[in-house]
Design a protein around this ligand. Structure first.
Ligand code: FAD
Length: 293
């Protein structure tokens, strides 16, 4: 591994400034679970590693009781999200996703921000953030800007972040009543494996608890970036949700996906699993909504 200097700023401004001084040869690091692998393999050879770990505001996780917005700092670890009762009870899709990431050791240090910015199609954390209409707050040399998480990704390992920009937090808008959400990481093994496919579903029902007013179907490993299955979502809105309708939505989502063959599985298998799990996750959402009432 090539030698590098490790810098540890205590504010976002200082981190951006340090990046500016060494922009060609610097890399930000959070938990390091992706970065360290790349350093060891020689895929990344920075002269300066700028750690974000001492920047306290990036580790904040809270729900604003007035606005009902959930704020997840970029440095919040998967383990912190997994252990949070608020996440377990109010945002089951986040819990489902983060509690299946890697091993306990990886979840203890891996962060939600690193998971998003690493930008692999299989990023488990990306699916819930998109399904919940998350908005990423970025801060860089030109100031702050907000980007919907669904628009963060360009292609594998590439996001819309400009050089020197830091992801500060993800804001989740208030959840409407009668909302259920669920995620499944489907692979050959339950642990320590990248998924064959990842499927997140979020449904909001009207006061009759039958008619769908909002649907999100988000797929991981189904395209070069995590993707929303917009047509499948449209097929649900305005409908009285039952198993038959969810089966149709699963078929539409599979048709919309851009799955391909890879070492981990064949495209046809991925499509079949999208069909099966859109239905299953949809039914899980209905169950969650029923239990809330
Ligand atoms: C054994 C193992 C198993 C794994 N299993 C899974 C799994 O099941 N599912 C899964 O999704 N991932 C998995 N991962 C990948 C990884 O653990 C996660 O993506 C993790 O969330 C990355 O977070 P990090 O803080 O470690 O990121 P880092 O490695 O610190 O950074 C990743 C990238 O993001 C950038 N970055 C980090 N934070 C910021 C920020 N705030 N602003 C701007 N740029 C930033 C870094 O510069 C780097 O390019 C696994 C990794 C390992 C080693």
């Amino acid at each position: 591994m090539k030698e590098f200097k490790y810098l540890s700023p205590e504010s976002v401004e200082d981190a951006i400034s340090l990046y500016g001084q060494h922009s060609e040869t610097s890399k930000f690091v959070a938990g390091g679970t992706d970065v360290i692998v790349k350093l060891k393999e020689g895929w990344m050879e920075p002269d300066f590693l700028i750690s974000l770990k001492k920047i306290k505001e990036l580790s904040d996780l809270h729900k604003n009781e007035a606005t009902k917005e959930l704020s997840i700092g970029a440095l919040v670890t998967h383990a912190t999200l997994e252990k949070s009762l608020m996440i377990q009870n109010r945002y089951p899709i986040i819990y489902d996703a983060v509690s299946n990431i890697g091993s306990l050791q990886v979840r203890n240090v891996g962060t939600i921000g690193g998971n998003l910015i690493n930008a692999v199609p299989s990023a488990d954390g990306a699916v819930p953030m998109i399904a919940l209409d998350g908005v990423a707050l970025l801060h860089g040399p030109d100031g702050e800007r907000s980007v919907e998480v669904k628009d963060l990704f360009i292609k594998p390992y590439v996001t819309v972040l400009k050089p020197g920009e830091i992801l500060k937090k993800i804001t989740i808008p208030p959840q409407e009543a009668n909302t259920g959400s669920a995620y499944i990481k489907f692979g050959r093994r339950a642990a320590m494996e990248l998924p064959l496919i990842g499927i997140g579903v979020l449904l909001t029902l009207d006061t009759d608890q039958k008619t769908c007013t909002k649907a999100r179907i988000v797929l991981g490993v189904a395209a070069p970036t995590p993707m929303r299955a917009f047509e499948a979502e449209k097929s649900l809105v305005g409908q009285k949700i039952n198993e038959e309708i969810l089966v149709k939505a699963g078929q539409i989502a599979a048709d919309e996906s851009k799955v391909r063959d890879s070492v981990r599985g064949k495209a046809w298998h991925r499509k079949e699993m999208i069909k099966v799990h859109v239905r299953r996750m949809g039914l899980k959402c209905l169950d969650i909504i029923k239990k809330q009432s």
